[in-house]
Design a protein around this ligand. Structure first.
Ligand SMILES: Cc1ncc(COP(=O)(O)O)c(C=O)c1O
Length: 386
């Protein structure tokens, strides 16, 4: 199998640990272990009692129950706890797809959601999200792509990197298309609870038995370093994932499982403050973008904490972002990491202080850059989002 390099991860390896202002991230501001201990009353005695033995393949029963209660209508039997949702995605793709299978994926998208299938020899069909439509997914286009030949549909709403999402009626329409095709519907809900225009979309698993949901504590809960994610699926599907896990990670650590269980049982204590911060930061970002319309255009996100900002007059966006990181210590992700030059991914989930300083430095960089590189309007950049 040819492993296709994950561009975003290469970029982050270069800059994540050296930048001082991270306005690139797809998750909310991270929590420390001290904060978790205080918020969830995790005592030294609780930790001392944990025996570091092997855990169960599908996850500790208390953790599965906590995940099931919060995200799967109490159905713990549909839960597999994983080392981040990336493990869930890896297991799903490798267990359920065969070379030659047709897979419908979003474009742009988080690379893991399509590159594993591609490197396994699957045939990808792209459902495009276009800046000109404010990245709104067009169900009519999906209708043309999905049919009896489709083995799997992979989506992520709210979406990384654009923040686009579906309405509940569009979600119904998509489930309907998947059901008619008899295809697996992989529903990546990494940002499911970070919504601005309405309540989170329901889990498709309630309505369609070939739907597989993945979730994570890394994004909306500010705990990417805990490495806890999950997969919600029919027990027969989980059984197939277990076969592959026996050759990879085997299980989670009991220490991690304990902390994750305590967190998930009272998840709103982490989610709600970060969601209010994200709402406030979004307004700040939109007003900044308004004042910098000669440099950037933004399509307002419906969820998540990032936008895929279109840049104006930046000839080489990767070079621009490298300069920003080296000279201003500000981290952005160039659109090339998502296969789209002339864009950058900007994350607003960080602290308001970090966002404010990051934007101010970005503004300075744009002004200086413009002095050196006068602006010429490329033909494809003349449209702006609704
Ligand atoms: C859409 C999406 N899904 C899954 C992941 C994987 O995250 P994790 O493995 O930390 O849960 C990411 C990470 O950026 C993502 O953006």
């Amino acid at each position: 199998m040819e492993v296709i390099p994950a561009h975003l991860e290469y970029w982050l390896r270069d800059y994540y640990f050296t930048c001082e202002f991270d306005i690139s991230c797809s998750g909310v501001e991270n929590f420390s272990f001290g904060e978790l201990r205080r918020l969830f009353n995790i005592t030294p005695d609780d930790l001392d009692r944990i025996v570091l033995r092997d855990s169960r393949t599908l996850g500790d029963p208390d953790l599965r129950t906590a995940i099931g209660n919060r995200w799967a209508n109490g159905k713990a039997e549909r839960v597999m706890a994983t080392n981040g949702s990336s493990e869930a995605i890896y297991l799903i793709m490798h267990s359920l797809l065969e070379p030659g299978d047709e897979v419908v994926v979003l474009d742009p998208a988080y690379q893991q959601l399509f590159s594993i299938a591609e490197s396994s020899g699957c045939k990808l069909k792209y459902w495009p999200l276009r800046f000109e439509n404010s990245f709104r997914p067009d169900l009519a286009e999906a209708r043309h792509l999905i049919g009896p030949q489709t083995r799997m549909i992979v989506v992520n709403f709210p979406h990384n990197p654009t923040g686009a999402s579906l309405t509940p009626a569009e979600q119904d329409g998509l489930i309907d298309l998947a059901a008619r095709a008899g295809a697996y519907l992989v529903w990546d809900a990494a940002f499911g609870e970070l919504t601005y225009d309405g309540p989170p979309l329901p889990d498709p698993g309630e309505r369609y038995d070939r739907s597989i949901t993945v979730g994570t504590l890394s994004k909306a809960y500010g705990l990417p370093g805990l490495r806890v994610g999950w997969c919600l699926a029919a027990p027969e599907v989980l059984e197939r994932l277990v076969q592959l896990r026996d050759y990879t990670t085997l299980a989670l650590s009991p220490l991690v499982e304990h902390v994750a269980t305590r967190v998930i049982e009272n998840g709103d204590l982490l989610l709600q403050p970060r969601l209010s911060q994200a709402r406030q930061n979004l307004e700040l970002l939109l007003s900044w973008a308004n004042r910098h319309s000669e440099f950037v255009s933004i399509a307002r996100p419906q969820g998540g904490v990032c936008v895929f900002m279109r840049t104006h007059g930046v000839a080489d966006v990767e070079y621009f972002c490298r300069q920003l990181a080296d000279e201003y210590k500000v981290l952005l992700v160039p659109g090339t990491s998502f296969g789209q030059p002339n864009h950058v991914r900007l994350g607003f989930g960080c602290s308001t202080r970090e966002l404010t300083e990051g934007l101010s430095r970005l503004s300075e960089h744009f002004h200086k850059y413009r002095q050196v590189q006068p602006y010429v309007t490329p033909i494809h950049q003349t449209a702006s989002p609704a």
